[in-house]
Design a protein around this ligand. Structure first.
Ligand code: BV8
Length: 247
């Protein structure tokens, strides 16, 4: 419990906080993490092999169906205690929330100004132009995937960043600025394997920030953390808020 009290004290004393979340924060909402063994018909695929432009080029229907399955998981999920505690924490202090997740659970928990580095699974864009495709158009033009209204060779694809694709420049610039300007950086529920997102805690530390990690498993960043809390997000984040109140 001492480590949670130390984290609460650090957060309370911080001028500016950067929080980086990964799929682990949505695990207790029932959404499989990105690298967890995929269930059912998806168990024979590695996510990294499906979340690429080449996979979509090779078999657009397969990739479209994988995202439809994931969208369904997210639609049935609710924000969990960790998402809710983070939204509450942001109401008490200056906090920038950067997420690698493509679900909307932070937003549904009340977090605002969320920097979504890897896009949003709920968005659909044209595979050639990148322009948004409306749900109205999709409902009127079903398909796996539907074709795009923006280009005669275009197909509908999820509005997420695939491996090998650039992150949205504005989001990445804002996240890196937040890393340079924070005095506490907190990584929650990420395996810290995917760059440039996983480089944000080190960037913050290079600029003098104190770094804590919440994850039931060790990650490549654990050894660099000033404080490693080996707990689930759903347990640790509400407990940090409780400890904050008793400080
Ligand atoms: C790019 C969207 C320019 C799609 C995703 C530098 C060095 C090395 C490689 C690279 C580099 N720069 C670029 C690369 C290549 C690549 C990369 O990083 N590859 C890795 C695998 C080596 N990066 C890119 O391609 C990026 N683009 O940089 O463009 C470029 C391009 C090519 C070459 C050079 C430069 C684009 C990356 C974005 C990919 N898209 N998602 C989709 O979702 O379908 S990333 C994907 O992994 C996920 O979406 C997620 O965002 C991300 C990280 O995963 P996590 O969120 O951490 O989830 P994971 O399952 O891995 O881990 C869950 C964790 O939770 C675990 O640690 C677990 O212990 C913990 N946990 C479980 N339960 C709980 C919990 N924690 C707390 N509570 C719990 N209850």
């Amino acid at each position: 419990m001492q480590t949670l009290h130390e984290l609460a004290t650090r957060l309370k004393q911080a001028r500016r906080i950067l929080v980086l979340t990964g799929a682990g924060i949505s695990a207790e909402s029932g959404i499989a993490t990105f690298r967890d063994a995929q269930t059912g018909l998806w168990s024979r695929f590695r996510p990294e092999d499906l979340a690429t432009p080449a996979a979509f080029q090779r078999d657009p229907a397969l990739v479209w169906r994988w995202y439809a399955w994931r969208r369904e998981q997210i639609a049935q999920a609710q924000p969990n205690a960790a998402h809710i505690a983070l939204a509450e924490l942001a109401r008490r202090t200056s906090l920038t929330l950067v997420t690698q997740n493509v679900d909307d659970l932070h937003q549904r928990a009340g977090s605002t100004g969320v920097i979504a580095l890897h896009g949003a699974i709920a968005r659909t864009v044209c595979s050639v132009t990148g322009r948004e495709i409306s749900p109205v158009w999709l409902a009127a033009n079903p398909g796996e995937p539907p074709r795009s209204p923006h280009h005669d060779r275009g197909l509908a694809r999820p509005g997420v960043v695939w491996f090998g694709e650039e992150l949205p420049a504005e989001a990445l610039t804002a996240a890196q600025a937040a890393a340079r300007g924070c005095d506490v950086v907190l990584a929650i529920g990420t395996s810290a394997l995917v760059y440039p997102a996983a480089g944000l805690p080190a960037l913050a530390q290079q600029h003098g920030a104190w770094f804590a990690e919440i994850n039931p498993q060790p990650t490549p960043l654990t050894s660099a953390a000033d404080l490693a809390i080996v707990q689930t997000a759903g347990y640790a984040m509400p407990a940090v808020l409780d400890a904050w109140e008793n400080r």
